[in-house]
Design a protein around this ligand. Structure first.
Ligand code: ADP
Length: 246
């Protein structure tokens, strides 16, 4: 049996009560090799379980860097990244790969579906990597996301919006602790982009923790409950939005 990276909930050290914090970045900086200035400088932030948070900011401000660090796809130059009390900096490459497999669902701007597999087969990939069969769950998810009727089509025969919904189903198949999305509407027309955001909103209402990178303020503020603005590698603003203002 392969070891599973078990993550929990942070303990509030003062009163030992369980708090619902899921992600904690402490004084995180990232300087890429060859980079003159840091992509992130001294970022500290926490995200609670069940939150729908949008990370916004101009191109090059460090949004994707932040998401990649939370996903365990990259490591900070200094500072710590903890998810569910596990310090990702302390995990080796295999540990990080297990952490991603067990806890992270990632949705990208350009879908990255495998062209030689059908929509259903694409959705099933992460489950197969974990060694279990998830046909029933895949069909349920695809039904829910409105793509079950195209389950046997290849990606080339799907619209952009359908492809992104297949990618979302693939990200959700292993029931990730965290759903991360990097500009998921960036390659879609306005209507499909709105549908994808609506879908993320529904998933959030069902309890999914979501961290979304976008530069589209209108879409972000309509669905996300919290907007973190990143400018020049630093958090410039962190606002929780009331339901009524969305
Ligand atoms: P954003 O997502 O806000 O557009 P990024 O996190 O992608 O910003 O990038 C932040 C900064 O880090 C930019 O200056 C970018 O050029 C640089 N950067 C990002 N990835 C790399 C990399 N792999 N190597 C070198 N520099 C990078």
């Amino acid at each position: 049996m392969e070891e599973r990276i078990v993550i929990g909930t942070f303990l509030d050290r003062r009163d030992e009560n369980r708090v619902s914090e899921l992600v904690r970045l402490t004084d995180v900086s990232k300087v890429y090799q060859g980079g003159i200035t840091g992509a992130l400088s001294g970022v500290s932030v926490t995200v609670e379980r069940g939150e729908f948070t949008a990370i916004m900011g101009p191109s090059g401000s460090g949004k994707s860097t932040m998401l990649n660090l939370v996903a365990g796809l990259d490591r900070p130059t200094s500072g710590t990244v903890e998810v569910g009390g596990t310090n990702l900096c302390k995990l080796g490459e295999t540990g990080l790969a297990r952490f991603r497999r067990d806890h992270i669902g990632f949705v990208f701007q350009f879908f990255y579906l495998l062209p030689n597999l059908t929509a259903l087969e694409n959705v099933l990939i992460p489950a197969q990597l974990k060694g279990y069969s998830a046909n029933g769950r895949a069909r349920e998810l695809m039904e829910r996301l409105g793509i079950v009727d195209v389950a046997n089509r290849y990606p080339a025969r799907l619209s952009g919006g359908q492809q992104q919904r297949v990618a979302i189903a693939r990200a959700l198949i292993n029931q990730p602790t965290l759903l991360l999305a990097d500009e998921p509407t960036g390659a879609l027309d306005t209507r499909s982009g709105e549908q994808v955001m609506e879908l993320l909103g529904e998933l959030h209402r069902d309890g999914q923790t979501i961290l979304l990178v976008t530069h589209d303020a209108k879409l972000a503020t309509r669905r996300a409950a919290r907007v973190i603005s990143v400018v020049d590698g630093k958090i410039a603003e962190d606002a929780r939005l009331e339901e009524a203002s969305r």
